[in-house]
Design a protein around this ligand. Structure first.
Ligand SMILES: Cc1ncc(C[n+]2csc(CCOP(=O)(O)OP(=O)(O)O)c2C)c(N)n1
Length: 826
């Protein structure tokens, strides 16, 4: 009988009875029987030292093999929802299906173990209940109309899930144990338990869920925001039904769940308008160990899942050897997700039968626990006995199937593709750059004018801020050719023109709607109502969506999310903006493991743009450098693009070419700060109507200069000012607006044009151990044909910039006078 009536009963029940129920609802999970090996002892709770019929009933519901944490949820309706289900008698489940999945899980592991002894597989044994859990979740999801499952998980049980849930043939996985032909992956590829996979899950009701197991790196939890971003993109593609049809499921190790901050950041995004996916299902595959580390060493609290309590969402702990409870919890969690559009956490508590990998001996560090595990029966034996079913024939059948698959694997291609890419990738390509990919990106004057008009318009009755009114008037004049176009307007024109050409645009970052440097003002705020108006969402000729969001104050999760989004919206221009480029290193894992390497490792492309404000302006060590050197070091085999556009028009053309070329490569952009308003970096409107992005901006002179300064970004404009001041005509100044792929032909042409030049000098603001120096010097030298290539830079330093504004100015002056006056030191 359901106890959903408890609330109504409250009035007639005594207050003390209600206190008893409240105590168990609140604290019962601390005394629940959650650990199959019994190491997680119940917590002594004076609040639960209660007796009598109500206490007995409440204890049965709340201290069994399921422990629910939900009393921290402020919404009464949600608490009652959980309460009603926790206080219901158990419904029946499909025992035969559970048994079959437990057998499949365990025999799969044993087959690998017997055939490929000594290779890592990160066995699921001890947590085999994960399969019935996922099966229950997906079966329930089909009833709500789910059609796609976006799944992320790390190493533990991944191969097992690939075969038994995602639907890849076992032979394919075994083929990877036969190892690959080394010539096919030299310097690239990835290990088998990181590869992505797509397949089909068939529910008992005959419905199908297309499954995507997302490729992921070793870096635990880094994939979390990526899968959520991918889910959001897939949902958006489907419109209103997207949230119902596309479901994100993530699995986590207990140690990683507690320890990795990116997961906490990702969770915080759950209900933010720019990131919401209508709830995701999170499973902690909790084996009460992390490599060799015990739970009391990994989490300051009893449960690694406690981090999830930062959000008002339920956490269901369940004993991984009460298989029927596991299945019921899966169903309940999924129902909750669909009822409230909320994330939900399942903490599946079991054990790890072997070492961290199968080559580790866990008896060295956890001898007592492993003595218990050694003597502990297999899951399918326990469950077969419980339901009185003879499991042996099924075991034989599954084993025979897997052995056949293993034989087949020997014949298979060694690294068979385990996924199919969606059709929306057909129009795009990766690989090496070649000139034929480039295109003109100018926008004809009438179209540009129409976009410009839309950008400065707002509805009648909108109360505009006087400063913005002025800005819009100036922007209007820019389009009319009455004043040069600055970066802010160049960007808006790039976005607006793309929208009218059918290219969707999404930009997120901290304070990006206004712009950290007060330069963007993509959202106008009514000064009477605070209602926003985003002109780019209302361009009359636009045929695509535009999104701009202020992101939460995170780097790793938001960059991961946007990378994921770009993976499933290749036709959109997707941009993430760092507040200052300096802070982007909080997302270093996402850059190293996904943005720079995903094409190499997984053959997966992305056209994500990273906007990184960069430049030495005396603002101290952490507001100066976007660490260009880091991206240059990551660059190889045309995996990314690194640009620093020196003018507004260059910025415009660079953004447009990123969207309009079919080449999909991440683009890292050093963006300006003070340069945003520097007239020298503004461009006449004519520069927007024709042409394309120039990787190299040649010197304006006739080629007779005797010294050529080569540089990138703001310092180039400062050199120009200094040159004018000094009336120094024998010095030429060349900008590299694209650093990677290195525009060798264009630079060579410019160097060759300067036949009188006795030397070339690379000038940078950054210290000698930073900036582009180490990257450009060896590339420039062969192009100089024996003429010296020198450099001017700040002295090598541990920190990117001085904390003193005065010292900065002195240093900057020295750089400039060295560039023109003294001979630079060799
Ligand atoms: C960011 C990061 N740090 C360290 C590691 C090395 N490492 C791999 S697995 C592991 C233990 C993970 O424990 P847990 O999260 O409980 O998952 P389990 O392996 O027990 O399933 C560690 C430390 C890693 N892969 N990623």
């Amino acid at each position: 009988m359901s106890r959903g009536h408890v609330v109504e009963e409250t009035a007639v029940r005594g207050e003390s009875q209600e206190r008893i129920w409240d105590a168990f609802r609140r604290w019962g999970y601390l005394q629940a029987d959650l650990d199959p090996l019994g190491d997680l002892a119940p917590v002594a709770m004076p609040e639960l030292e209660l007796s009598g019929p109500d206490a007995e009933t409440a204890r049965r519901f709340y201290c069994g093999t399921v422990g629910a944490e939900f009393m921290h949820i402020p919404e009464r309706e949600r608490r009652l929802w959980v309460q009603e289900r926790m206080e219901a008698e158990s419904s029946s489940v499909d025992g035969a299906r559970i048994l079959e999945l437990l057998i499949k899980a365990e025999i799969f592991e044993q087959t690998i173990q017997s055939r490929y002894l000594g290779t890592k597989r990160f066995s699921l044994e001890g947590e085999a209940a994960l399969l019935p859990l996922l099966d229950a979740i997906l079966n329930a999801a089909t009833e709500y109309g789910a059609e796609k499952g976006m799944v992320a998980m790390s190493h533990r049980g991944r191969l097992n899930v690939m075969v038994n849930i995602i639907g890849r043939p076992a032979a394919e996985v075994f083929a990877r144990f036969e190892d690959v032909d080394p010539r096919s992956v030299l310097g690239g590829g990835d290990v088998k338990y990181h590869m992505g996979a797509t397949g089909d899950f068939f529910a008992a009701n005959g419905r199908k869920v297309e499954m995507h197991l997302v490729s992921n790196p070793s870096h635990l939890e880094a994939v979390d925001p990526v899968v959520i971003g991918r889910t959001r993109a897939k949902q958006m593609r489907r419109g209103e039904d997207g949230r119902r049809q596309v479901l994100a499921i993530t699995m986590h190790g207990d140690a990683a769940f507690a320890g990795q901050g990116v997961w906490a950041e990702t969770l915080n995004m759950a209900e933010l308008p720019g990131y919401d996916v209508g709830g995701s299902v999170h499973i902690v595959v909790n084996n009460l160990i992390g490599f060799t580390t015990n739970p009391r060493e990994t989490s300051s609290s009893r449960f690694s899942s406690d981090i999830a309590k930062r959000l008002p969402i339920p956490i269901f702990h369940v004993n991984a050897e009460d298989f029927e409870a596991v299945v019921r919890v899966g169903r309940m969690a999924l129902d909750y997700r669909y009822a409230f559009g909320s994330p939900v956490v399942i903490d599946l508590i079991g054990y790890r039968r072997h070492g961290h990998s199968e080559v580790d001996d866990p008896t060295i560090t956890q001898p007592l626990r492993y003595r218990k595990i050694e003597a502990h029966p297999r899951t399918w034996q326990i469950y077969g006995e419980k339901i009185g079913s003879n499991a042996e024939p099924i075991v034989q059948l599954v084993r025979a199937d897997l052995e056949a698959a293993q034989k087949q694997a020997v014949e298979l291609e060694k690294n068979p593709p385990m996924r199919r890419l969606p059709a929306y990738w057909n129009a795009f390509c990766g690989g090496r750059h070649d000139a034929s990919l480039e295109l003109d990106t100018g926008v004809a004057q009438p179209e540009l004018a129409a976009v410009g008009k839309g950008l400065v318009s707002f509805p009648a009755g909108f109360h505009i801020h006087p400063k913005l009114k002025k800005l819009l008037e100036q922007r209007q004049e820019m389009v009319q050719g009455k004043r040069p176009v600055d970066y802010g307007m160049a960007e808006a024109l790039a976005f607006g023109s793309l929208l009218t050409e059918g290219v969707p645009v999404r930009l997120t970052g901290q304070d990006s709607r206004r712009g950290t440097f007060n330069q963007r003002h993509a959202a106008l705020i009514d000064i009477e109502t605070e209602e926003p108006y985003v002109p780019l969402e209302h361009l009359p000729a636009s045929s695509a969506w535009f999104e701009i969001y202020n992101s939460p104050l995170s780097e790793a999760s938001v960059l991961g999310f946007e990378y994921g989004f770009s993976r499933d919206y290749p036709e959109a221009l997707v941009l993430w903006e760092a507040q200052f480029g300096d802070f982007a290193n909080g997302a270093q894992i996402i850059m190293d493991q996904f943005i720079a390497a995903s094409e190499d490792k997984w053959n997966l492309l992305s056209g994500l743009v990273m906007l990184l404000p960069h430049g030495y302006e005396g603002q101290g060590p952490e507001h100066s450098s976007a660490r260009m050197e880091r991206y240059l070091q990551l660059a190889a085999r045309d995996n990314i693009q690194i640009c620093q556009p020196s003018s507004a028009a260059q910025y415009f053309h660079m953004l447009r070419r990123q969207a309009l070329r079919k080449w999909r490569k991440p683009l890292v952009v050093m963006t300006p700060k003070s340069m945003l308003r520097n007239p020298a970096a503004s461009s006449p409107i004519a520069d927007f109507t024709t042409g394309r992005f120039q990787p190299v901006i040649p010197d304006r002179g006739d080629g007779s200069a005797t010294r050529v300064l080569l540089c990138t970004g703001k310092i180039g404009h400062e050199l120009n000012v200094e040159k004018k001041k000094r009336k120094d005509t024998p010095t030429a100044i060349v900008f590299l607006d694209q650093l990677y792929p290195f525009p060798e032909a264009e630079i060579a042409a410019e160097m060759d044009r300067h036949t009188n030049a006795g030397e070339f000098v690379w000038v940078q603001e950054e210290p000698a151990n930073m900036g582009a120096l180490a990257f450009v010097l060896p590339r420039l030298e062969p192009l100089a044909h024996g003429r010296p290539v020198l450099s001017i830079k700040r002295s090598a330093s541990a920190s990117p910039a001085t904390g003193s504004h005065k010292a900065h100015e002195m240093e900057q002056k020295t750089l400039l006078s060295l560039a023109f006056g003294m001979q630079p030191p060799h």
